[in-house]
Design a protein around this ligand. Structure first.
Ligand code: NAD
Length: 504
């Protein structure tokens, strides 16, 4: 009897060649509802054979798919978009159930993922090349972009639908076949997306899913038929992905962790800055790569700002994301929640002030993996709460004397994903935009996730690779350029010429 025969009805399967495909390794993990602590499904992990089966299906499908007219590929993307819109509530429920975020937040995630499908609907325009007539006498030169073939993506737990959509919509529209290895903690949203993609007309084998862990990932990194790897997750894993896959000759974009600073200048509107810090610090329980983790309060702004933040934090409703009145759900797992909570004790031991202790929140008494919003004051570099990516509902305030001190902290930080400045001074904001060494900058915008027709990516240890994700850089990543030089001379004028070709 194979391991697949023993799967329970709640098993989450791979999706290979347009249909569910049971894992054959016998290894599996439980999927937990973080709001209740209950096991809701079992996900089978891929072995090397499972990955190879997906790659073989993708390779076979990619030849026909790259020959499919652009208008047809765009039409499929339009249908995919319509199906996601029609099923957005169901998709949001699946996201919320496995990840814990509120339904409202999950709907926001779906909307931001949809943007990428909409961008992919315009793929004929994105793939237009350049043409130079008469580059030399009777010679024309033109550039075309062609798909890579089979490409793969590995995604994190915190955006079960949006990050897969960042990758797969662009990759597929460009004419590639795609293999997704979703987070094993939240596997079901991608299965639902694969079902919708099939209904939309994505041919069998063009989109495949393999679930699992390092075994599946490492096989994708070494498989000779996989030409490019997109990754989003923590920095240590991003580094491993980048080093291994580039060593194996693949194209890689590996987005890592973050420590996003929000700089508040003395002239900022305090109420607006506090609204932004609370929204961006505690939304999705702080489990966003663009969450604000540190507030840099310049000059005398700290005391009134902290008072305004505390006032807002006291009103945040924490509880299961399925209840519409809750604003903040649980963290992804008990271990992660406990790790995040431990930062509060460490911060105090290292000399910071615990201004709001989220462990006192009533939600902590349930079986879910909750932690109330927490606020640390007087944080400093060298403290664990400042030096580490906490990835939870903990906001740290660092008091700094000047703009230059604040800027130095941001630029010295190993991460460079997102940052924001709050000020009413346009000149100061422009100077910040010029000075700051971070990939995505908000001016009075706390979570500056670029719209889909720009590209997403950080600097420094937040991104390994040359090209950012989705948008125009995504198209560049998933295609390679070919330049054709052509002429149609009269054969009668042809002669041997051993000189190097030059413009005549
Ligand atoms: P993670 O790095 O633990 O996992 C990401 C993916 O990598 C998962 O699919 C996982 O199965 C796989 N993986 C884990 N360990 C691996 C290993 N040793 N070898 C190969 N594959 C491995 O990240 P996570 O906990 O799912 O997500 C949270 C992290 O992702 C945070 O650090 C967050 O900042 C980051 N993130 C970054 C962005 C961004 O755009 N920069 C976006 C979302 C999340």
């Amino acid at each position: 009897m194979s391991a697949s025969d023993t799967l329970t009805p709640a098993a989450v399967s791979h999706w290979i060649n347009g249909k569910p495909d049971a894992a054959t390794s016998g290894r599996r993990a439980s999927v937990t509802n973080p709001a209740t602590g209950e096991i809701i499904a079992e996900v089978g992990f891929a072995c090397i054979d499972d990955v190879d089966r997906a790659v073989a299906a993708a390779k076979l499908a990619s030849a026909e798919w790259r020959s499919t007219p652009l208008s047809r590929r765009a039409e499929v993307m339009f249908s995919f978009r319509d199906l996601i819109v029609k099923n957005r509530n169901r998709l949001a429920e699946i996201i919320s159930l496995e990840n814990g975020k509120t339904i409202a937040d999950a709907l926001g995630e779906v909307a931001r993922g949809l943007e990428n499908v909409e961008f992919a609907c315009g793929i004929p325009n994105q793939l237009k090349g350049g043409y130079t007539e008469q580059a030399s006498r009777g010679v024309d030169v033109y550039q075309i972009r062609q798909p890579l073939g089979v490409v793969a993506g590995i995604t994190p737990f915190n955006f079960p639908a949006m990050v897969p959509l960042w990758m797969l919509s662009t990759a597929i529209a460009c004419g590639n076949a795609f293999i997704l290895k979703p987070s094993e903690k939240v596997p079901s949203a991608s299965v639902f997306l694969a079902e919708l993609a099939k209904q939309a007309g994505v041919p069998d084998g063009v989109l495949n899913l393999v679930h699992g862990d390092k075994v599946a990932v490492d096989r994708l990194l070494e498989h000779p038929d996989v030409k490019a790897i997109s990754f989003v997750g923590s920095t240590p894993v991003a580094r491993h992905i980048y080093q291994t896959a580039t060593h194996n000759g693949k194209r890689v974009q590996a987005l890592g962790g973050a420590k996003n600073h929000m700089l508040v200048l003395p002239d900022a509107d305090i109420a607006m800055a506090a609204d932004a810090a609370v929204s961006a610090g505690y939304g999705a329980a702080g489990e966003r790569c663009m969450a604000i983790s540190v507030v840099l309060a310049v000059g005398g702004v700290a005391d009134p700002l902290i008072a305004a933040i505390r006032e807002r934090v006291a009103r945040i409703k924490v509880g299961p994301g399925s209840e519409p009145f809750n604003e903040m759900g649980p963290l992804i797992s008990r271990e992660h929640r406990d790790r995040v909570a431990a930062h509060l004790d460490t911060a105090v031991a290292e000399g910071a002030t615990l201004s709001v202790d989220g462990r006192l929140d009533p939600a902590m008494r349930s079986n879910g993996f909750f932690l109330g919003p927490s606020l640390i004051d007087n944080a400093k570099p060298g403290m664990r709460c400042y030096d580490h990516e906490i990835f939870g509902p903990v906001l740290s305030v660092v008091r700094v004397a000047t703009y230059a001190d604040a800027l130095r902290l941001i630029n010295d930080n190993p991460y460079g994903n997102g940052t924001a400045i709050f000020t009413q001074n346009g000149g100061a904001a422009r100077q910040f935009q010029f000075d700051v060494e971070v990939g995505m900058v908000g001016i009075n915008v706390p979570i500056p996730v670029p719209v889909s027709y720009y590209s997403f990516g950080g600097w420094k240890s937040s991104l390994f690779g040359d090209l950012h994700m989705y948008g125009p850089e995504g198209v560049q990543f998933y295609t390679r350029s070919k330049v054709v030089t052509s002429r149609w001379p009269d054969p009668a004028a042809s002669k041997v010429d051993l000189g190097f070709p030059q413009v005549r």
